[in-house]
Ligand binder design. Structure first.
Ligand SMILES: Cc1cc2nc3c(=O)[nH]c(=O)nc-3n(C[C@H](O)[C@H](O)[C@H](O)COP(=O)(O)O)c2cc1C
Length: 406
């Protein structure tokens, strides 16, 4: 099986001075200011490797819960693994307890398991916010500050970043104060998913909030996140907000080659690549290319899980994303979504017309989670004060997920 050949990343080039050309996160210097967003159930080492083969930048693990890491939960220990080709390594932690978060960071650092730690303060899932975790947590600025400080301290020379949403809802925004607290605590960058928890994944990300954050935070990079579906979107976000880099999530689902387009877009912007050269590099995968990449993704998942059946079950959620816009009939899609072995996958893929050309816009644009706004669930009287100390008894431990992802 050959590796994907679409839009290979051009060789790394030298100096560039325009903001948004290079990204420095602590000691980590990235040739293009592009970060693969952590996505639970998606950004395991298999998918990160696949994306990295097309592009450049930083590729973050899915969220790892600190308690599960400290307890050395078996699937969590597998989730923090990196392939030797993955450098710099990057792991996202989630937790609500400063001590447990610090202990988790110490494991990562002392056992040399990562080069970067990101912290997740953006989870909008009701069962998490209802207990004061996820996007609800930065409202309690004292707890937020304590968690960030303890992780920065435990991480030593390893750079720590935070990823957050705008806040709980439009009346309870937290991002500017939380970002200032994180900057003060010594983080190396701040990423903003420009939605509130109440927005969930609905509507459009509010890029103006990224611009405000960039005006507010001046000593470290600000990364913008939300609704980047193409290289053009990424440049537009940088131009409109002044952010130092972009974090890309759903846009690459079923399209790992998007990282090639993103790298090319930023290299054109930095003057390292001509627009015509970039156009020639732009990914336009035929159905055969998609089939090859789908198969390679599955093979990488087999390596990751060490179990072909498990890998085949896991790849099923990616099928509709890979085939979006391509002429692949209902029967093929249905067969792939129950696939149980690589051999069976080969047989099904062989029934497709591999010469079908790239369908263009139909294969691009929004994909993945969307949905409608939700009233965030919060602990009783959570919004009455900005400090945990004055919040009375809150069972925060219940906001600590026992398993990673989700
Ligand atoms: C399936 C899925 C899983 C996610 N898991 C995480 C996660 O583990 N940690 C995190 O910080 N954000 C997570 N997110 C949010 C994304 O990192 C990102 O902030 C969000 O999708 C907005 O960016 P996008 O518009 O580029 O997708 C997840 C999003 C999706 C769609």
């Amino acid at each position: 099986m050959s590796t994907p050949t679409l839009a290979p990343a051009p060789p790394a080039a030298s100096a560039g001075t325009t903001p948004g050309d290079r990204l420095t996160i602590g000691p980590i210097r990235l040739d293009v200011p592009v970060v693969l967003a952590p996505m639970a159930g998606i950004t395991n080492t298999a998918f990160r490797r696949l994306c990295r083969e097309f592009g450049a930048g930083l590729y973050v693990s899915e969220m790892i819960t600190s308690r599960a890491l400290v307890e050395r939960n078996e699937s969590t220990m597998r989730l923090i693994m990196h392939h030797p080709s993955e450098t710099p390594r990057s792991i996202q932690l989630y937790g609500v307890d400063p001590g447990t978060m610090a202990a988790a960071a110490r494991i990562l650092v002392e056992e040399d398991r990562t080069d970067h730690i990101d912290m997740n303060f953006g989870c909008p899932v009701p069962k998490v916010t209802k207990k004061g975790g996820g996007a609800a947590l930065p409202w309690k600025l004292d707890l937020f500050r304590e968690i960030v400080e303890s992780v920065v301290d435990a991480a030593g020379d390893i750079p720590v970043t935070v990823k957050m949403r705008k806040g709980i809802d439009t009346d309870h925004l937290t991002y500017l104060e939380a970002a200032k607290a994180a900057e003060g605590a010594g983080v190396s960058a701040i990423a903003l998913h420009a939605r509130t928890a109440a927005d969930f994944y609905s509507g459009h990300a509010d890029w103006s909030a990224i611009a405000r954050l960039k005006e507010t935070i001046t000593s470290i990079p600000v990364l913008g996140n939300g609704d980047i579906w193409s290289g053009e979107d990424a440049l537009r976000m940088v131009d409109e907000t002044g952010c130092d880099g972009v974090v890309v999530g759903r846009g690459c689902l079923g399209r790992p080659w998007l990282f090639g387009d993103l790298a090319a877009a930023f290299r054109v912007r930095a003057g390292e690549l001509g627009a015509a050269e970039a156009d020639a590099l732009r990914a336009a995968p035929s159905l055969g290319d998609v089939a090859r990449t789908l198969r390679r993704h599955t093979e990488l998942l087999v390596e990751f899980f060490g179990d072909e059946g498990h890998a085949c079950r896991d790849i099923r959620k990616h099928i509709a994303w890979y085939l979006k816009g391509y002429p692949a009939g209902h029967e093929v899609r249905a067969a792939l979504s129950t696939v149980t072995s690589l051999a069976q996958m080969e047989e099904i893929l062989a029934t497709l017309d591999w010469n079908e050309p790239y369908p263009g816009a139909d294969a691009e644009g929004p994909r993945g989670r969307a949905g409608s706004p939700k009233n965030p669930s919060l602990p009783d009287r959570w919004l009455e004060s900005r400090t945990l100390e004055s919040a009375g008894r809150v069972d925060l431990a219940a906001a600590e997920l026992t398993h990673s992802g989700g």
